[in-house]
Design a protein around this ligand. Structure first.
Ligand SMILES: *[C@@H]1O[C@H](CO)[C@@H](O)[C@H](O)[C@H]1NC(C)=O
Ligand SMILES: *[C@@H]1O[C@H](CO)[C@@H](O)[C@H](O)[C@H]1NC(C)=O
Ligand SMILES: *[C@@H]1O[C@H](CO)[C@@H](O)[C@H](O)[C@H]1NC(C)=O
Ligand SMILES: *[C@@H]1O[C@H](CO)[C@@H](O)[C@H](O)[C@H]1NC(C)=O
Ligand SMILES: *[C@@H]1O[C@H](CO)[C@@H](O)[C@H](O)[C@H]1NC(C)=O
Length: 247
């Protein structure tokens, strides 16, 4: 009887241990303040992992383990993760991140509210995914964004709407190795529209922007805008790289 009970207990313990090992698949450090979330097989799994947690364990510079709330961390990286969209539940915890590496994860869709809780983001790496759809104002919350990497996705058309809210701070938009067949100069105006509005306020802080469109299928460069206007606005343009297209 005793043997049976202890055997039973062991099964409970062991299965709990397995469950925890599976669920605790993350590694955080304080130098830098970074968390790597790894080995998740779906976005629901990641969301659930984040929902369950109010603090995260991290290894400090001396190798000691402490805990901190998600808002302490600056960098989030996903490794060996499969997901179809960004895990929104995690961003209600990691609210202060400045760098997000969700490259090579399988994301297909960027939604309007994906970034509403991570407004300090400066580097967004979405390279190597399957993104073909954006919602219109996906980037509207990211007022500090500097680099956005959308290379190696399935983007067929640069959605003008997403550039409407693209913040002044952006210096690199990487769309290399996508499936874009048409590039409309209107996009340049959209990007620089914000620039015009802000000119009066911070003339000196204007950043130069590089738009990388190499290795797409662009066979036509639509010149629908007034050249003078573009030149004027184009003072912000550092590089527009259209190499390796069908032009
Ligand atoms: C990747 O994650 C899967 C699922 O959690 C796991 O079975 C596999 O061992 C992991 N691979 C590597 C290289 O970490
Ligand atoms: C994502 O990009 C970062 C920076 O280039 C790199 O260090 C990391 O290995 C990449 N992750 C994956 C899963 O490819
Ligand atoms: C994004 O990640 C890819 C690797 O997946 C890397 O080559 C690229 O340099 C990264 N871009 C940024 C801006 O971190
Ligand atoms: C984005 O807005 C335009 C009009 O500004 C609209 O025609 C289009 O359907 C919208 N797209 C999405 C995905 O909401
Ligand atoms: C344009 O992009 C290609 C491919 O990424 C690169 O080899 C080339 O150096 C770039 N051109 C300029 C002028 O930067």
């Amino acid at each position: 009887m005793l043997l049976q009970i202890s055997f039973f207990l062991c099964i409970i313990c062991c299965s709990q241990k397995i469950l925890e090992a599976k669920c605790d698949d993350y590694y955080c450090t304080s130098d830098p303040w970074k968390c790597i979330l790894k080995g998740f097989e779906s976005v629901e799994e990641i969301d659930e992992f984040c929902n369950r947690r109010s603090v995260f364990e991290y290894t400090d510079i001396n190798g000691n383990i402490n805990t901190a709330s998600g808002s302490q961390f600056q960098i989030i990286e996903f490794q060996n993760v499969t997901m179809t969209r960004l895990p929104s539940a995690c961003f209600t915890k990691f609210t202060s991140i400045s760098e997000l590496y969700a490259n090579n994860t399988g994301i297909k869709l960027i939604k309007d509210d994906d970034f509403q809780n991570i407004r300090y983001l400066q580097i967004l790496n979405l390279s190597g995914n399957k993104i073909d759809t954006f919602e219109n104002s996906s980037f509207q919350y990211l007022g500090n964004l500097r680099k956005i990497d959308l290379s190696y996705n399935n983007i067929e058309k640069v959605p003008i709407e997403i550039f409407e809210g693209m913040p002044q701070s952006v210096t690199v938009i990487n769309l290399n190795h996508d499936q874009i067949s048409q590039f409309d100069e209107q996009i340049l105006l959209r990007i620089f529209k914000i620039d015009q509005l802000q000119k009066f306020h911070d003339r000196e802080t204007n950043t130069k922007i590089s738009i990388l469109l190499s290795y797409n299928k662009i066979n036509e460069f639509l010149s629908t805008v007034n050249k003078c206007k573009l030149n004027y606005n184009g003072k912000r343009l550092l590089e527009l790289n259209l190499s390796n297209n069908f032009l």
